[in-house]
Design a protein around this ligand. Structure first.
Ligand SMILES: [Mg+2]
Length: 263
């Protein structure tokens, strides 16, 4: 969860900016949490406090109506509706918010089912559901050591039908100002960035430097990287400085739930 939030904050200032290389300052005054953090917190809150995904997402997004970078157009209509209905979207929003599912459920079928439930309230396109399931499952597999890093390529292809592109292909696409807004683009890209990385910081830098939807790519990549690498303490402390109290209290509850202490 905090891996996604760190990726979101670090990637936020590059979302609509010129593509960077990997050598940039991670945390600056221009950074902020965005919709990726808000929606991730909403999913965690739903699971831990027995709220429906729909009600929790709707509540949190209305609580934070104008985050940096805003919300996607279709999702904004969803937020503004008093009784929001699924939009048929395959946008990457279902995958960027799903990480708590990979941690708070301990059974493979439950992870798949809850990932689907967290997606369909808004992103009920088959690719929207698939993206959420893939990210949640990878987190679950990696944190429980059910898969090695080398097995990811074939496992993702077999179970979720993604071909993971090479990093050079993604960087090429990023340099053309292409915005990878769908699950079927962003999720395999984010996995490729993780595959290439040597540690958590590396994973975030690679994902941000890939351009396009930088905060979401870094959020998804960071959420997967958290299940595999240790996150440096100072990154967590830095990220906390950007976050309001109600978000921090859900994060604290989340790590209490999975038996980790966050200071
Ligand atoms: Mg965002």
């Amino acid at each position: 969860m905090i891996g996604a939030i760190i990726g979101d904050i670090v990637g936020s200032r590059f979302e609509f900016a010129k593509q960077t290389n990997r050598d940039f300052t991670l945390f600056t005054d221009e950074c902020s949490y965005t919709d990726d953090t808000i929606c991730t917190v909403a999913v965690a809150d739903a699971i831990m406090n027995h709220r429906s995904y729909k009600e929790s997402l709707h509540d949190w997004c209305r609580r934070y109506p104008t985050p940096m970078g805003g919300y996607g157009e279709r999702f904004l209509t969803w937020i503004e509706s008093d009784d929001p209905q699924p939009t048929g979207s395959c946008g990457n929003g279902s995958a960027m918010r799903v990480s708590p599912v990979g941690w708070l459920f301990d059974d493979y079928h439950e992870v798949l089912d809850e990932a689907r439930k967290s997606a369909i309230v808004s992103h009920n396109h088959p690719e929207g559901i698939n993206g959420a399931r893939c990210v949640a499952t990878l987190i679950y597999w990696l944190r429980t050591c059910r898969i090695t890093k080398d097995e990811i390529w074939s496992a993702v292809k077999r179970n979720f039908h993604y071909t993971i592109p090479t990093l050079s292909d993604i960087y090429k696409i990023g340099s053309e100002d292409h915005f990878d807004g769908t699950c079927q683009e962003t999720v395999p890209y984010a996995i490729s960035c993780f595959m290439e990385s040597q540690n958590f910081e590396d994973a975030i830098r690679i994902a941000v430097a890939a351009g396009g939807d930088t905060d979401t790519k870094a959020a998804i990549c960071g959420s997967i990287a958290e299940a595999y690498y240790e996150i440096p303490e100072q990154f967590i402390t830095k990220a906390f400085d950007y976050l309001p109290d109600d978000i921090l209290s859900i994060i604290e509850q989340f790590y209490g739930n999975i038996g980790m202490q966050m200071e």
